[in-house]
Structure formats: C-alpha cells, structure tokens
Design a protein. Structure first.
Length: 250
C-alpha cells in the first residue's frame, strides 16, 4: 500500500512538473514575441514598422497579460494541491475571459481599419485568424469549466486553450530576425505543444486521453479551415460584411 501511495505521489509530482513547465514555456514564448511591439516598445528596436498604439490595443495587451499571469498562478496552485484557492481564483477569472473575448474581437475588427496585418496580406483576409481564434479559445475554456470536477480533462482543455494564444507571439518572433513566417510556423509550432501533451499522456497513463485527441482535432481543423479561407473571395466578402456591420467604413 505504501509503495502504491509513493508511486501515485511521484506521478502527481511529474504531472505538476509537465504542466507547470509547459505553462512557463508558453508564456515565455508569447512575451518574447511581443517584446518589441508591446512589453519593451520604444526600448527594444523593432525589425519591422509598427502601427501607433491606441487605447484599445493597450487594453487588449493588458487583459491578455493578466490572463497569462492567471494561467500560471492557476497551474502552480493546482500542482501544489491548493485546489480550494485554485477554484476561487478561477471563478474570479470568469469576467476576465468574457472581457478577453469581447476585446479581442473588437481589436481584430478595428485592426482592419488600422491596416494591421502581416506584410503582403490584406487586413480583411487576415481577419480570418482572430475571428477563428476567439471562438476556439472561448470554446475550450468553456469546456474546461464544464469539466472542472474532472482534473484530467480540465487541465488538458486549459492547456489546449493556451496553445491557441501562442500563434500571435510566435508569428512575431521571426520578424525580429528579419525572417517572414508563414502559416506553417505560427500554426505548426503551437501544435507541437499538443504533440507534447499526447506524448505525456502516453507516458503517464499508457494512452492518449480522449479529451487531448478531440481538443487537438478542434485546433487543427480550425487551422486548416483558416488556411483554406484566407485567400478566398468568399472570405473577403464575408469579412467585409463583418467590418461594415461593426460600424467602420472600408
């Protein structure tokens, strides 16, 4: 009995190391990508021209930075056994998730009017990225909350939602070195974190957890759909309609 308890304790310790280490790695990558344009703007030289900051962009950066801190804190609390505080903080973070979704969509549509997009991509076409990012992120967070009484599913859904935040940061990293990154980079690299989760599942339980499989499928499917739509006339007209309905003139 003592041997079994010790083995379970070691398993929980390694699980904590995996999820905490992944959280730190994700946050470091996101912050590194946004150093020249946000966190160290005006201090760190930028390799590409940057649009002026607006109050909306500042608000967007603030709420998403708060989410990064919240996710790290929640991961560390859960791993250290402070489930009571983890749950209370999670409930307190619900308004932040709602604010993130609303602000992200508003900033994305407003970005079309500011001509915010990677070089060579029309802003209306680029709108396909955030307009899919937000519902995928919100859907995974919602599923994680629904499964909050099932730690195995809950932590994997939160992890999957975080991988969706990697694209914007990772997409900016190559530009700091004068390299243009394509969809394979800012979609493919975040997917490696899901591959790492699958490998961890296999190592820790001998099988890939079903929640890991369907979360990965959702993420990859959304990426493939975006890659098919981004250059299409159908998307251009749809995005134009969204832009007009939002109250801005093309």
């Amino acid at each position: 009995m003592a041997t079994l308890a010790a083995a379970q304790a070691r398993g929980r310790a390694f699980e904590h190391i995996f999820f905490s280490g992944a959280a730190v790695a994700m946050i470091m990558l996101i912050v590194a990508g946004f150093l020249p344009s946000y966190y160290l703007r005006g201090v760190m030289p930028a390799a590409v021209p940057m649009l002026p900051m607006t109050p909306l962009v500042h608000l967007h950066g603030l709420v998403f930075s708060l989410w990064l801190l919240l996710y790290l804190a929640q991961t560390l609390l859960a791993g250290s056994g402070r489930i009571d505080l983890h749950r209370r903080l999670g409930l307190a973070g619900l308004p932040l998730v709602v604010a993130m979704a609303a602000i992200a969509l508003t900033t994305a549509v407003n970005g079309v009017g500011r001509h915010s997009a990677p070089p060579g991509i029309p802003p209306l076409n680029w709108l396909v990225v955030p307009l899919f990012d937000v519902p995928v992120f919100a859907g995974l967070i919602g599923a994680a909350l629904w499964q909050r009484r099932r730690p195995i599913a809950h932590k994997r859904l939160m992890y999957a939602a975080m991988t969706g935040m990697l694209g914007p940061g990772l997409g900016r990293l190559p530009a700091q070195f004068g390299i243009e990154a394509g969809p394979a980079f800012f979609f493919g690299l975040p997917d490696l974190f899901m591959v790492a989760l699958m490998l961890w599942d296999r190592k820790s339980s001998g099988r890939i957890q079903p929640v890991t499989l369907w979360a990965t499928g959702l993420i990859v499917a959304s990426q493939l759909i975006r890659m098919m739509l981004i250059g299409s006339a159908e998307w251009y007209y749809f995005a134009g309609a969204v832009f007009r309905l939002a109250g801005w003139a093309i």
